[in-house]
Design a protein around this ligand. Sequence first.
Ligand SMILES: Nc1ncnc2c1ncn2[C@@H]1O[C@H](COP(=O)(O)OP(=O)(O)OP(=O)(O)O)[C@@H](O)[C@H]1O
Ligand SMILES: [Mg+2]
Length: 277
Amino acid sequence: MSVHPNPGPAAGPLLKVEALRLKFGTREVLKGVDLTVRKGEVVVLIGASGSGKTSLLRCVNLLNLPSHGKITIGGEAIYSANPAARDGNGVPLATVNRIRAQTGMVFQQFNLFPHMTALENVMEGPVTVKKANRDATRREALDLLAQMGLADHVGKYPRQLSGGQQQRVAIARAMAMHPQVMLFDEPTSALDPELVGEVMKAMLDLARSGMTMLIVTHELGFAFEIADRVIFLDEGQIVEDGPPRDVLLRPTHPRLKSFVGRFHETADLLRPFLEGS
Ligand SMILES: Nc1ncnc2c1ncn2[C@@H]1O[C@H](COP(=O)(O)OP(=O)(O)OP(=O)(O)O)[C@@H](O)[C@H]1O
Ligand SMILES: [Mg+2]
């Protein structure tokens, strides 16, 4: 059950990851990952701790440089590793800053600038990196903060905001760069339980607005609600990829079965669907 307007058969791949491998020293943590995300699609990545979820997101915005493979965003090859290179790393095909601007990343720990207000945090990227017009950027930042339900908090500093509010500022800040894809790495896992819902709601609204999103989360109920597709990563490889109903309710891989089974609250939440299907 997708919250997302159907992108339709015409929607081509926006993000394409091909045969991606990543090594830390001699240890290979991504072992040939192929992944396609269409424009407007919401894909949730799940997997055990250490399976490579964060590493994969970090490759997509070049915080990690893959040892092999190719990443394409909007038809432009942003990275193509040259396995013949001595250190195993290839050369980015375009400049790193421009590529990073194609993706907006939201981290577990918000990472806001503590000495800047919410509004200044959101304006910082467009004004300093993109040299955008200050007045236009300000208007847009105010709009984005309002969309995140923060119209009354634009002048506050991070320390004056709750974790949920800070995370919504972080989402607005990433959106201000007009990314083609939004990447989320466990955006709710550092929050007090009562603040998780407001961040999920903001992400659901973003999904409904047509944003292309790649999300790492351990909240399987949320994954079920927001995802067009769920991908299970196991030891650096994708072992299941499909609609949430299939991956979460009818897992086939034994480790996915036990992974899904561990989440009792989620199992309770999904039971009505299980019984009805
Ligand atoms: N900078 C690094 N140097 C060396 N090893 C690393 C580095 N970053 C990650 N790893 C290793 O790569 C593997 C994958 O880590 P990654 O952080 O991608 O996992 P994850 O699926 O995001 O896990 P979690 O659910 O705990 O966040 C782990 O074994 C980790 O120890
Ligand atoms: Mg991680």
